[in-house]
Design a protein around this ligand. Structure first.
Ligand SMILES: Nc1ncnc2c1ncn2[C@@H]1O[C@H](COP(=O)(O)OP(=O)(O)OP(=O)(O)O)[C@@H](O)[C@H]1O
Length: 267
């Protein structure tokens, strides 16, 4: 463990207790600083195929920075990310996407004035014909978008509807279906239901579990303990730039997670 960043020697990093089999992702000793702020100080975490992994921690613990390192927004200062058995270095979010890591950000990045199907294919437009005769294959794109939504049992108006007509939950579901639809190995979701009501939250949670059941590994960042307990299979707890504990969800409870987050309980 690199200790030059460890300005909090009272917090010991947790290095994991499970054998390194069937991990779709391992991040080891990741550091990332912004000027004098050591956002990640040697954080390690793992994710398994077909599981929902929750990443929890107090404000400023380093969750978003970790997610940004995994999704190609930030480059770690040091450490190693292994995706599906290969060491990866993402130069950009596009590079992460091409290798199978999709991220649903809090702002969703949907274009309000475009139809649902157009949002699905932003930057990935399908064409037919050759050279100067090439045109957009709108029919194929509409059909594919419909199939992607149906596959996740997402209940939205026709894919020709403009995104601005959708409710918050429908938008979230569209963003998740879009992320899930490109052969993704990992879908990262940052507070996917933070802005939603009870019913919409339940619908979006269904979409998330359907995705997991289809074999995708989901990384869920959530401040909602009930949701973490309900949805996740595995939990990583971050504190002060380190992943300090991991638990199988069925072996923990909200009280223990709070204690781990605050440091009232050692890992
Ligand atoms: N681009 C940046 N420039 C400077 N400091 C940053 C930057 N991004 C994050 N930080 C700092 O790094 C630390 C970790 O922040 P991060 O956003 O990763 O935490 P978090 O666990 O996601 O918190 P929250 O739950 O509030 O989103 C914080 O002290 C934050 O202020």
């Amino acid at each position: 463990m690199i200790d030059k960043y460890n300005s909090r020697p009272d917090i010991a990093p947790f290095t994991g207790s499970t054998p390194a089999t069937d991990f779709i992702l391992t991040a080891t000793d990741i550091t990332k600083s912004f000027g004098g702020v050591h956002a990640l100080r040697g954080a390690s975490m793992t994710m398994r195929r077909g599981e929902i992994t929750a990443l929890i921690g107090d404000n400023g613990a380093g969750k978003s920075t970790m997610v940004r390192c995994l999704s190609g927004i930030h480059r770690p200062d040091s450490g190693e990310i292994v995706l599906d058995g290969e060491v990866v270095h993402f130069e950009s979010p596009n590079a992460a996407r091409q290798q199978g890591i999709e991220t649903v950000h809090q702002n969703l990045a949907l274009v309000e004035d475009l139809a649902v199907w157009q949002n699905f294919f932003l930057g990935r437009e399908k064409t037919h014909g050759l050279g100067p005769f090439r045109t957009l294959d709108r029919k194929l794109m509409r059909k594919t978008a419909e199939e992607m939504l149906q596959g996740l049992a997402v209940n939205v108006p026709p894919v020709t509807s403009k995104v601005r007509r959708l409710s918050g939950g429908q938008r979230q579901a569209v963003a998740i279906a879009r992320a899930a639809g490109w052969g993704s190995k990992i879908v990262i979701m940052d507070e996917p239901t933070a802005a939603l009501g009870v019913q919409e939250t339940a619908r979006v949670e269904n979409v998330i579990t359907t995705l997991r059941d289809a074999g995708v590994a989901v990384l869920l960042i959530s401040h909602n303990f009930d949701q973490v307990m309900r949805l996740s299979d595995h939990v990583w707890v971050m504190r002060a730039g380190l992943a300090v504990a991991e638990r199988r969800t069925e072996e923990t409870d909200g009280d223990e997670l709070v204690a781990l987050i605050t440091g009232a309980k050692a890992a």
